[in-house]
Design a protein around this ligand. Structure first.
Ligand code: NAP
Length: 285
């Protein structure tokens, strides 16, 4: 039986640390605030927004949602993003993506000030992450994976890490964070040859594929640590969701594994608040 690495203790520890930090900042007259930009009302966005607002309340920081209609035009939305970005009281910005197809998302992302880019939406923010600049913020999910590893005392130095997935939201930035901590990193994708064989070579295997239960017992071996980033509709349980890892077949084999739900996903809003507070501290010298 593997040790199941749950996200809640990690999120609770981060929130306790942030509550103290927000208290210290408020004592100096500084109130960190998260700005959330949302176009339309997709259920996934609303769900995440609800979680983010709840976490902000839990740690004593402010948040404000800037909501725009689904049919907002490019010029109006550009002006809106510039206005939110210029707000002195907003320290960190989360903008839900993808934006509706009629909007030029690439251009709009450039309008977010890099120093407020707490979810790595801008090229400047990504450049900081990829050049190990500590003033840059990785997307919240890769940071949540690192928080999980740190919390459970899993060190990376010299370890063989295999990341399945190369998106700019998870796989690539996560690989940079693993590398920063001296992991030996292999990045896999849809054209990787013998993916199960490559995954079996890992000491730490991270699945960020977006395919329900794809990583099964063929991909693992005893002694491994498996981090499952996936959030997919569960084909076997309508209305529920599952990871990229087939937990039932992998858990009996490996040493440690994160569950879905209640794993990495439970840590992301705490990371969002943490990065906003860090941005606030940097903005206030
Ligand atoms: P994505 O943009 O669709 O990228 C998926 C990656 O997996 C791509 O690099 C793709 O390779 C690779 N891939 C797809 N099928 C594959 C296969 N059969 N074999 C090997 N590689 C394959 O997804 P994402 O945004 O990175 O998200 C990944 C997962 O994490 C999803 O389940 C998503 O829901 C979840 N997620 C979770 C959180 C959270 O808070 N926990 C946040 C964001 C995302 P190519 O590049 O070759 O196409």
């Amino acid at each position: 039986m593997a040790e199941v690495l749950k996200g809640k203790p990690v999120a609770d520890a981060i929130k306790a640390e942030l509550t103290k930090k927000v208290g210290d900042l408020k004592a100096k007259g500084i109130a960190p605030k998260l700005g959330i930009i949302r176009v339309g009302a997709r259920p996934d966005d609303l769900f995440y927004e609800g979680g983010a607002k709840k976490t902000c309340i839990a740690v004593g920081m402010d948040s404000q949602v800037f909501e725009y209609p689904e049919n907002i035009d490019q010029a109006a939305f550009e002006a809106a993003v510039i206005e939110v970005g210029a707000k002195k009281d907003v320290n960190g910005i989360l903008m839900f993506s993808p934006l509706p197809k009629h909007l030029d998302e690439r251009k709009i992302r450039t309008l977010i000030p890099v120093e407020k880019d707490v979810d790595c939406l801008t090229l400047g923010g990504a450049a900081k992450v990829f050049t190990d600049d500590a003033t840059g913020f990785p997307p919240c999910t890769p940071t949540a994976c690192m928080e999980m590893l740190h919390h459970y005392g899993i060190t990376l130095k010299g370890k063989r890490c295999v990341v399945v997935g190369r998106s700019m939201v998870v796989g690539k930035p996560l690989s940079m964070l693993l590398l920063r901590e001296h992991g030996t990193v292999t990045i896999c994708h849809s054209r990787t040859q013998d993916l199960p064989g490559v995954c079996r070579e890992a000491e730490i295997l991270i699945a960020a594929v977006g395919r329900a239960k794809m990583i099964n017992a063929d991909f693992v071996k005893p002694g491994q640590i498996v981090i499952d980033v996936g959030i997919n509709a569960d084909p076997d349980n309508p209305g529920k969701y599952c990871g990229d890892v087939d937990f039932a077949s992998v858990e009996p084999v490996v040493e440690k594994i994160t569950p879905v739900p209640a794993g990495v996903g439970s840590v992301t809003t705490s990371v969002l608040c943490k990065q906003t507070i860090m941005a606030c501290e940097l903005q206030n010298g």
